[in-house]
Design a protein around this ligand. Structure first.
Ligand code: UDP
Ligand code: MG
Length: 325
């Protein structure tokens, strides 16, 4: 019987975990030709998430949990879940029931058709604030223009992946992870399953506007050097204009002598060039920050406790060097 691990990142999700487990079990219990195991990742929650996970684990053999020493972020939680998974297929989904477990049978059908990955795609963004939708759409447009990978606009982090694909994802060792890009970058055949956006009814979203902005900038700069090219392009164009302007000023001075007025031109040029320089330094700084974080090579997460057996933990460390494909 094929095994499936369900990785669920959880950060302060005490209100939803029981509801999540009940709904997931309702959908999965009738499916007898796969064996399912839950791999909850408590991402340093401050509430009773870990207590509830322990309760679930005590009541159900197929519930495993990993608990971080602090909040490392959803990306780290997903990475840890994939790293500690050992099944033939791995599902990644949110705990808040915004990723309906009822879609899992359709995803399994996709896998049985021969796809390596079957992923959910929102057809509507109902319930999401207009401003968040606008920025999200702008991000996808910008990112798809600037990077070589094409990220589908409404894709969410709810998907089932083959072992091959999971191993490929783990082989990308970057510390600052942007899974939406990584999922696309590793390739593999993906079937998209559309679904209507579901509003969160329990608990609250963990994203702030600033958090999403940083995530978006990190995403683009992780997968594209187009902003750096933009800086060189701007520099070149400004250089050409400067040459023309110098030539014109020289000719004017030689023919008509020195013309004292020029306050506005000087001020505009200084402010404009100052702005461009600041912007360019900022863009280059983003890349330097990436290099800095990657060079430190700190662990992506630190585990505080788990109910996985020592053997299962050790095999997860083997995942670091798993041959891909
Ligand atoms: N999450 C996490 N660590 C974080 C933030 C979020 O593990 O630092 C989890 C969270 O518990 C949930 C999923 O990631 O299961 C999605 O989070 P959320 O619902 O806040 O995001 P949204 O649906 O608003 O994009
Ligand atoms: Mg959510």
């Amino acid at each position: 019987m094929k095994k499936i691990d369900i990785v669920v990142p959880c950060y302060n999700e005490q209100e939803v975990l029981h509801a999540f487990y009940t709904e997931a079990a309702r959908v999965l219990d009738p499916i007898s030709h796969y064996s399912f195991r839950f791999l909850f990742v408590d991402d340093g929650s401050h509430d009773n998430t870990i207590v509830i996970l322990k309760e679930l684990a005590a009541a159900h053999d197929n519930v495993k949990y990993l608990s971080f020493s602090r909040n490392f972020g959803k990306e780290a939680a997903m990475y840890a879940g994939l790293k500690y998974s050992s099944a033939d297929y791995v599902i990644v989904m949110d705990a808040d029931l915004q990723h309906p477990p009822a879609m899992i049978p359709d995803m399994l059908a996709g896998i049985e058709e021969g796809y390596d990955c079957c992923a959910a795609m929102r057809v509507s963004r109902e319930g999401e604030s207009r401003i968040r939708s606008f920025f999200s759409q702008t991000f996808y447009k910008l990112s798809n223009r600037m990077t070589d990978i094409r990220m589908p606009q409404n894709a969410v982090d709810f998907r089932i992946m083959s072992r091959n694909m999971v191993n490929s994802i783990l082989s990308l060792s970057e510390v600052e992870r942007f899974s939406k890009g990584i999922f696309t970058w590793v390739g593999f055949s993906t079937k998209w399953i559309p679904y209507e956006n579901v509003e969160r009814t329990l608990g609250t979203t963990k994203w702030s506007f600033w958090g999403l902005f940083k995530y978006a900038v990190g995403g683009i700069t992780s997968f594209s050097i187009a902003p750096l090219r933009l800086v060189s392009g701007m520099g070149f164009v400004i250089f050409l204009f400067a040459c023309l302007y110098i030539l014109a000023t020289l000719i004017q001075t030689l023919l008509f002598g020195v013309d004292v007025p020029g306050y506005v031109t000087t001020l505009c040029a200084v402010l404009f060039l100052g702005g461009i320089v600041e912007l360019s330094v900022g863009i280059i700084g983003e890349y330097v920050a990436h290099i800095y974080m990657e060079a430190k090579d700190r662990p992506i997460f630190i585990l505080r406790q788990t109910n996985l057996s020592t053997q299962e933990e050790e095999s997860a460390h083997g995942n670091d060097t798993d041959p891909v494909c």
